[in-house]
Design a protein around this ligand. Sequence first.
Ligand code: NAD
Ligand code: GDD
Length: 340
Amino acid sequence: MKKALVCGAGGFIGSHLVKRLKAEGFWVRGVDLKYPRFSPTQADDFIVGDLRDLAVCHEAVDTRFDEVYQLAADMGGAGYIFTGENDASVMHNSAQINLNILEACRRRNSFRIFYSSSACIYPEYRQLEAENAGLAESDAYPAAPDSEYGWEKLFSERLYAAYARNHGFEVRVARYHNIFGPEGAWNDGKEKAPAAICRKVAQAGNPGEIEIWGDGEQTRSFLYIDECLEGTIRFMRSDWAGPVNIGSEEMVSINRLAAIAAEIAGKTITPRHIPGPLGVRGRNSNNKLIFEKLAWRPSQPLKSGIAKTYAWIDQQVQKTQRPKDAPKPAIRQPEIVAAE
Ligand code: NAD
Ligand code: GDD
């Protein structure tokens, strides 16, 4: 039976990836600071541990794995990475994880390793306008990411490439473009625009109003989790190292994203534009290279992914939202068991 290691298996993409690898018949070990938040892990073995600690990395890679997926990172949406408040920890934590895990893999000859880089590595000067024809992989240099998160990703891309060059690693580097779907962060300050907008629409009345950071004319493309996993697995099993974009080419403004969510919810929603962390003005994926190399590219419309994500977030909101006039639930006292 083939063995896979998923670092960051308690996170959004990692927990979905574990399910996918299990469905393919792998024996899977997950590692993370925490178990997945929304459903039990399907990993055969799960180490709750800190990958900044080299000893934990050696424990995680105590045998040879056929495939290693390195998804662990200190990351979040615009509200987390563009405020500047988390810059030092984002850079330190994620770089430390990558430095450690590569050494641990080297010791056990686990050479095929996937690294999740980001669209955030692309230079700001190519993303100054809302109109963006798509960022090609070759656009990465001269480097000028707009966040420290992006700089760390770029450093780590180079670190993985160096291990491939000097130590015979079979590295696969993908640049994810804003991945979304059920069981992702939606209310903890790390949520990205798709989850945040779905949550705001779900919490709004009908008719209602939602807050949007900026003028809402900034653009992004969003990729649904299933297609992200499909691209990741196909790429990992290919004989090509990348880096490659794994993202959608369906670019929309954040106002349009809100309109799609409102339509799915069946609500009349008015956006209220407020100041907030914005990031780049316009970003889109260019999928020419992935199609050329893998004869595959994402194809699902944004709306179908948002419909599934909205349904899940609406459920979470219902679970946490008690109508103001609803009777308070009775507090259950612990049962007193009479001593014999
Ligand atoms: P996530 O935050 O849900 O998952 C990352 C996981 O890493 C978390 O569960 C976290 O607990 C774990 N982690 C962090 N520090 C750790 C440590 N010291 N030791 C062990 N585990 C640790 O994020 P995600 O959306 O699942 O993203 C997965 C990867 O893909 C990340 O590397 C991220 O930077 C990259 N990426 C994601 C997106 C996206 O839109 N989701 C876009 C570009 C790149
Ligand atoms: N998160 C969030 N919440 N964003 C909002 C909101 C809101 O309520 N309202 C408007 N936005 C705007 C942000 O200001 C930003 O301009 C845009 O929506 C997209 O925000 P995010 O989805 O949070 O982040 P991003 O696309 O700038 O960056 C994300 O994607 C990268 C990969 O493409 C981040 O998750 C990065 O970590 C990731 O690497």
